[in-house]
Design a protein around this ligand. Structure first.
Ligand code: PEP
Ligand code: MN
Length: 378
């Protein structure tokens, strides 16, 4: 059960103290308080954990400071959608809104290799009005002999260049807690020129200790990739680990799953699950067509499979696209064969725009034919 308190309630206020005193008397119920400092107000939610089914909803609604009460089903308590649940399905970061109703493109380098390539990439993004990117510094590789990423050594120039080109958010994978400290230090050292979205890759989706650590920090939002060899339910539970530790700014990333049924793509494209994740949870959903498709093959009409997959995700309502680009993909140290070229960025963005407009038209059509079936996305 979740008690949503009146906005801006002060922990020192009488109402709050009375409420907490009452809740403390509930038998075998644990309390977890979550406070979220938004741009305009502070929201407080109290999670009641234990056998809450015998607690009457009306009694809780009548307590001082309580605005609303949500009875949650067992699954995905924090991030899930529950009956009569009007909690938001968006968050703000770096002046941008990330929600189930928005769309952001994170085009960039799978792995940072040279300063020059970062510069060229970010300049191309800036020239096309983009404010987000992906930059891999810590690369989890199948072989220990493959390039592992420049790690902390590249962070200063990546962040400085982001500042120079007006990039507001960089999606960057971390594989160890020390990476969060290194990112933190490099941002401070360079004067906080940009923001970072911590990415948890498919190989770490169920690295529960890493999830807990990343969930305990609230400075950076998190992009959690679906595990490539586990069920969707298991991956959604992994996202809940982040939220249960306190970080609710979580985006769920689809990136294809491992099975040879998807051949000849690198992974089986699972973007039909975009609306499923949006229905089950309040998380914005990202699609990663690069790691799903894994090549630059194209259909007979001349459209790259990668663009087709992107469009499939966007037309189904995806909120974020994580996509590999490289100024000289034949020299990329990681995943060159699936990278798009900078010259292809205008085409890519225009194609995304078509798919997004089609999604908006489809949503309007659905509202016309079956308005009572629409779930408010706020
Ligand atoms: C990546 O985005 O660079 C990456 C390694 O993705 P995934 O974890 O989905 O393989
Ligand atoms: Mn990659």
């Amino acid at each position: 059960m979740i008690l949503i308190l009146t906005p801006n309630i002060e922990p020192e206020s009488n109402r709050y103290k009375q409420l907490m005193a009452h809740l403390a008397r509930l038998q075998d119920i644990q309390l977890r308080v979550h406070r979220e400092q938004g741009a305009e107000q502070t929201l407080t939610e109290i999670y009641l954990i234990g056998h809450t089914s015998s607690i009457p909803l009306e009694e809780m609604k009548g307590l001082p400071g309580v605005e609303r009460v949500v009875r949650v089903s067992e699954e995905y308590r924090v991030l899930g959608r529950h009956r009569d649940d009007h909690r938001p399905s968006h968050f703000d970061y770096q002046g941008l809104r990330f929600g189930q109703d928005t769309l952001h493109v994170f085009a960039g380098l799978c792995a940072v290799d040279t300063r020059e390539h970062v510069d060229l990439m970010m300049k191309a993004l800036r020239d096309l009005g983009q404010v987000c990117t992906r930059m891999g510094a810590y690369k989890p590789r199948t072989s220990p002999y493959s390039f592992q990423g420049h790690g902390k050594n590249c962070l200063s120039y990546v962040f400085e260049l982001a500042g120079k080109y007006g990039i507001k958010v960089i999606a960057m994978e971390v594989t160890h807690e020390s990476h969060i400290d290194e990112i933190h230090e490099a941002l401070s050292r360079t004067g906080d020129p940009t923001g970072v979205m911590l990415q948890i890759g498919t190989r770490n989706t169920q690295n529960f200790e890493l999830l807990k650590i990343v969930g305990r920090q609230k400075q950076f939002p998190v992009l959690l990739k679906r595990g490539f060899g586990i069920t969707l339910t298991e991956s959604l539970h992994a996202a809940e680990y982040l939220a249960s530790e306190g970080n609710h700014k979580v985006i769920f990333g689809l990136r294809g799953i491992k099975t040879n049924m998807g051949d000849p793509h690198r992974n089986f494209v699972d973007f039909a699950h975009v609306p499923v994740v949006k229905r089950l949870t309040r998380m914005p959903v990202c699609v990663d067509p690069s790691h799903a498709v894994g090549s630059r093959t194209r259909g007979p009409e001349g459209i790259l499979d990668l663009l087709h997959a992107t469009a499939q995700g966007v037309i189904a309502g995806a909120n974020m696209i994580l996509v590999d680009f490289h100024p000289a993909s034949n020299r990329a140290l990681v995943d060159g064969p699936q990278a798009l070229l900078l010259e292809e960025l205008p085409h890519f963005l225009a194609d995304v725009q078509i798919a997004r407009e089609a999604f908006e038209k489809r949503t309007a059509l659905a509202a016309r034919y079956a308005p009572e079936l629409q779930t408010a996305v706020a």
